[in-house]
Design a binder for this molecule. Structure first.
Ligand SMILES: [Zn+2]
Length: 253
């Protein structure tokens, strides 16, 4: 559901030395260049107020390890609702599924809420081992990815935008099939990727087009959408999702 990311090594200056910043928000432009202007957790496109997010919080409660407050390796981009939900909760990346560590398309799915047809929320995927279910649930809870905000002073619109994206991806898929049937698959696949770039919520696109290798390849094209972790897809098998940690640990996701 979350696009898996590879933001690359710390950017360097003109002499080739890693860049240091004295204020973490100064990473914002470099992060946009590397991974695009999306919240890395909910994958909502961000037109403004992108927050530079510390993966491991800089000010966790006493007794917990704090993350690097200024280092490139601890920085990502997030929307307000995801960043606020996560807050200063102590984070051990091994206890959650995170976009730089895991193939985060595998343990989650986006679905229309069974009792709220106007809302799309994130759930754990089917077929996970029980410890993987726990990690997926904990990640959804950490980021509030199943929240529905119906307050008059609503601030969390993720569920609404996710629901809209759901409809758009369905239409896009129908149009792609029509174009493919008349021999325009290549051009249409590039259009799909451009469309996905504008709409975000990439998990929906990767799920819907999982059996369309030409679209999968276009979605992975860094000239269209930078920063997707290529090793989460099997280029030799139609860009099907594959485990990211298949050679180490007990959890290959
Ligand atoms: Zn978000």
């Amino acid at each position: 559901m979350m696009r898996p990311l590879d933001k690359g090594p710390c950017p360097t200056d003109e002499t080739g030395d890693p860049i240091f910043v004295h204020q973490y928000t100064l990473w914002r432009k470099r992060l946009i260049d590397r991974i695009g202007y999306y919240c890395v957790y909910c994958n909502m496109p961000l037109s403004h107020s992108l927050q530079v997010e510390h993966v491991v919080p800089k000010n966790p409660p006493a007794g917990y390890t704090s993350g690097n407050p200024l280092g490139w390796e601890n920085m990502l981009l997030a929307c307000g609702p995801c960043n606020n939900a996560k807050g200063n909760t102590p984070v051990d990346v091994n206890d959650y599924y995170f976009p730089e560590n895991n193939n985060t398309l595998l343990p989650f799915q986006i679905c229309i809420h069974p009792e709220h047809a106007d809302a799309a929320v994130v759930q754990q995927a089917e077929g996970l081992e029980s410890f993987q279910q726990t990690k997926a649930e904990d990640t959804i809870a950490l980021l509030g990815l199943a929240n529905i905000d119906r307050r008059e002073n609503i601030v969390d619109i993720r569920w609404l935008k996710r629901r809209e994206a759901f409809v758009v991806v369905e239409s896009a898929f129908t149009l792609y099939q029509d174009a493919k049937a008349v021999g325009h698959a290549h051009l249409a696949s590039l259009s799909m990727a451009q469309w996905a770039k504008g709409i975000g919520f990439f998990g929906l696109w990767f799920e819907k087009f999982r059996n369309e290798p030409e679209v999968m390849q276009a979605l992975l094209n860094p000239d269209i959408l930078p920063g997707t972790a290529q090793d989460c897809f099997d280029a030799a098998d139609g860009y099907k999702l594959q485990y990211r940690n298949r050679h180490r640990g007990i959890d290959p996701i």
